[in-house]
Design a protein around this ligand. Structure first.
Ligand SMILES: [Zn+2]
Ligand SMILES: [Zn+2]
Length: 306
């Protein structure tokens, strides 16, 4: 299975439109040692010409244009066979509405994520203009399902959604109750048995640990280095944990669990623009590399299709 990181940034991306933090400023002025990043999404493929998007970020148009394998092969065509969603946060789903130009879409999601998007949402009507424009397929926790494209063909990929501690999207707070299905990690497997786990939002690691031993790659929530990364400089009130992101650093951070996360490749993604790991050679980046982790970047690519 081939994996392509389309967007390695958290919500807002790097730089974020209203952020003048040191990292966003450095990217805007083209400083060396730090890259721009679009918002959270990956694409996987186990078959030539067929790709599965995991999450559809607000930057989806730019992400498709930046990767020629996702370009059309005919006047009306897309190599995107299906879409799988991890949760309903806008940085993971808003791109769906950018795919409204009358092309069939198949979207796999838990029932909580589907209803959170569909109920009382007039914008969904733009994806329901003809029979078969948008087909929902349900992800049930811990049940592996084959990912079948909009053409009815197998993509050669199977997906298992596992509950990961998260939260309801901000726009559903006080509207929808919290369920285990609000936030999932995706375990993507091909026919050879290769598995890539995509866990771009996680408030705790315990449910993940038993399922990553010996897999090809773990893409893990790297949103924040520290709990007070936004609150200390006065950028926001919330701590990382309040936003359902376990920080990387600190005595209980995800990096302290590195020996238990024994995937062959371990990669932090969904990085917030304030995170010091974004700077090449920073103390935090070096700590991550010493522990055998990599930092995702837009365009990072590994594995091979079929
Ligand atoms: Zn996100
Ligand atoms: Zn910033």
């Amino acid at each position: 299975m081939r994996t392509r990181i389309l967007g390695s940034g958290a919500g807002g991306g790097v730089p974020q439109w209203n952020c003048g933090c040191a990292n966003c400023h450095a990217v805007r002025k083209g400083a060396p040692g730090i890259r721009a990043r679009t918002q959270d999404s990956i694409a996987v493929s186990a078959k030539a010409g067929s790709w599965i998007l995991c999450n559809t970020s607000p930057d989806i148009r730019q992400q498709i244009e930046a990767f020629s394998e996702l370009h059309p092969r005919a006047p009306r065509h897309s190599p995107i066979s299906a879409i799988v969603l991890t949760n309903g946060d806008l940085d993971h789903v808003l791109g769906l509405f950018s795919l409204r130009e009358s092309y069939p879409l198949v979207v796999y999601a838990t029932e909580a994520v589907r209803s959170g998007l569909v109920d009382h949402n007039v914008l969904m009507r733009t994806l329901e203009r003809f029979e078969g424009q948008l087909t929902w397929r349900r992800l049930t926790l811990d049940v592996e399902v084959p990912v079948v494209g909009h053409d009815g063909q197998s993509t050669g990929v199977w997906v298992t959604a596992r509950a990961v501690k998260g939260k309801v999207p901000v726009h559903l707070e006080g509207v929808a109750g919290h369920t285990e299905e609000d936030n999932v990690g995706l375990w993507l497997r091909d026919a050879s048995g290769a598995v890539v786990a995509y866990v771009s939002a996680a408030a705790e690691l315990e449910p993940i640990v038993p399922h990553v031993q010996g897999i090809e790659a773990l893409l893990l929530d790297g949103t924040f280095w520290s709990s007070d990364e936004l609150s200390a400089p006065g950028l926001a009130q919330s701590r990382a944990e309040d936003m359902a992101h376990l920080p990387i650093g600190g005595p209980h951070g995800s990096l302290s669990h590195a020996p238990r996360l024994s995937a062959r490749q371990r990669i932090y993604t969904h990085i917030n623009n304030t995170n010091p790991i974004l700077v090449d050679g920073s103390e935090q980046r070096r700590a991550l590399e010493r522990a055998g982790f990599q930092l995702a970047w837009d365009g990072m690519d590994f594995g091979s299709a079929g």
